[in-house]
Design a protein around this ligand. Structure first.
Ligand SMILES: Nc1ncnc2c1ncn2[C@@H]1O[C@H](COP(=O)(O)OP(=O)(O)OP(=O)(O)O)[C@@H](O)[C@H]1O
Ligand SMILES: [Mg+2]
Length: 236
């Protein structure tokens, strides 16, 4: 479904992503981990068209999508959440989720209500999102992404800033609500959450992939231990 081939992106002299290959078939769940600044969000920005690669190719269902204008990507079936949240603060929960459907040929109010119920947001439906606690705001972000019925779903720290109990609940929601055929990429510092959701994990360090495999293999890899656990354990 989604494939990155030798993708690189620099910011001035900084190589944020370097010769990255990733393969995420339909229905796959890939965890993307690495220390702060290792390039995880940049990878999501490249896949979602926020940034263009300097080199390499990004393919969706075989067709090259890199280099297209950013507004085209949502219509291609790529949806994401943001580490720092991109909600319309003064609008209600329902309005935020409704607006996310603008990329669909036929927005449906019933689908919005179903999503709000499934995400435990029904009680907040008429509340401005600025008044919600952070875990509920992250749920609205997830609802917005799911409302687009994406083929590829990218989650950037879906449990960022959450307590262990809230993290557990977010994990339950992702496991339950992401459709089986969706290709899912999860960026997270909380490794227990990544290991639970994703049978495969790729590890970035200074923009390079240094390991990829099952959680049990990757998290015990000596290289990964050194660069990831040795330097910065994040809030895992
Ligand atoms: N738009 C930009 N302009 C300049 N530098 C950038 C830009 N975006 C990211 N960077 C730099 O690229 C590197 C990778 O950043 P990125 O945000 O992808 O890391 P990350 O792995 O998501 O980190 P974190 O875990 O802290 O979210 C960092 O050194 C960052 O400062
Ligand atoms: Mg990031």
């Amino acid at each position: 479904m989604l494939r990155l081939e030798c993708v690189s992106r620099r910011f001035g002299g900084l190589e944020a992503v370097k010769e990255l290959d990733l393969d995420v078939p339909a229905g796959a769940r890939l965890g993307l981990i690495g220390p702060n600044g290792s390039g995880k969000t940049t990878v999501l920005n490249l896949i979602s068209g926020v940034l263009a690669p300097d080199a390499g190719a990004i393919r969706l269902g075989g067709a090259r999508i890199d280099g297209r204008p950013a507004h085209r990507f949502a219509r291609l079936g790529i949806a994401r959440t943001f580490q720092n949240l991109r909600l319309v603060a003064h609008m209600t929960v329902r309005e935020n989720v409704w607006l996310a459907q603008h990329t669909l040929p036929a927005p449906r109010a019933a689908r919005v209500e179903d999503l709000l119920a499934a995400l435990g947001l029904a009680a907040w439906r008429d509340t401005p999102v600025s008044a919600l606690p952070l875990p509920q705001q992250r749920r609205v972000e997830l609802a917005r992404a799911l409302a687009r019925e994406p083929k590829v779903l990218l989650l950037d720290e879906p449990a960022g800033g959450m307590t262990p109990a809230e993290t557990q609940e977010m994990g339950d929601l992702v496991a339950r609500l992401v459709p089986a055929e969706t290709a899912l990429v999860v960026v997270e510092h909380k490794l227990d959450l990544v290991a639970r959701l994703c049978p495969r994990i790729a590890v970035l360090d200074f923009g390079r992939k240094i390991a990829e495999g099952a959680p049990g293999e990757v998290l015990n890899d000596a290289k990964v231990m050194e660069v990831y656990f040795g330097r910065d354990r994040g809030d895992a």
